[in-house]
Write a new protein. Structure first.
Length: 180
């Protein structure tokens, strides 16, 4: 998984947005933001994921296929919703099985976008309370497992003036040592 600062250049969201000079972001920096990444090879991933899920107490998983065929008539609205800046009150955990895409996470307190280019084998934990968004790349095709701690909660809370005082947002900022 490559991580770099999003270039904020106008253009299709599915492009790399990695204009030179590319500014990489280290796994250490991601860790400071509580964004966790691990590579789990596709071969034998079932057993490895079972172990990770047991360790972290995740109880459910399902599979999502983000593509025109995979999502059918909800494709357009889903693609748009995924790319609206939002937060969740639970962790968002994804294991990429096929295809590729980008998760953008907001660095605090800079408010810069960090782009995470995910590929098969990437396990990503996006913490509760961090602002983020998702897009496929130009292939419009990605398949992922979604892991859930409890019953799946789908609620995406779009960023607005009120989300700054959401308890998950406040707790997140506190957890990374950023004070309002
Ligand atoms: C999400 O919540 O942003 C998604 O599920 C995106 C698709 S997972 C590759
Ligand atoms: Ni999300």
């Amino acid at each position: 998984m490559r991580a770099y600062y999003y270039d904020n250049v106008a253009g299709d969201q599915r492009l790399l947005h990695d204009s030179p000079p590319s500014q990489s972001v280290s796994e250490e920096r991601l860790k400071e933001l509580n964004v966790l990444h691990r590579n789990i090879p596709l071969a034998g991933h079932e057993q490895q994921l079972d172990r990770v899920m047991a360790e972290r107490g995740y109880k459910h998983r399902d599979k999502i296929h983000v593509s025109k065929e995979g999502l059918g008539e909800i494709y357009e609205s889903k693609i748009k919703a995924f790319f609206d800046e939002h937060l969740h009150e639970d962790e968002e955990i994804r294991y990429i099985l096929a295809g590729a895409g980008f998760f953008d996470v907001r660095e605090s307190p800079s408010d810069a976008w960090i782009r995470l280019a995910v590929e098969p084998g990437d396990l990503l934990v996006i913490p509760a309370g961090i602002y983020h968004r998702f897009t496929t790349d130009m292939q419009d095709d990605i398949e992922a497992l979604r892991l859930f701690q409890d019953a799946p909660k789908w609620i995406a809370i779009n960023r607005n003036a009120e989300t700054e005082s959401n308890v998950c947002r406040v707790n997140y900022l506190q957890s990374i040592g950023v004070t309002a």
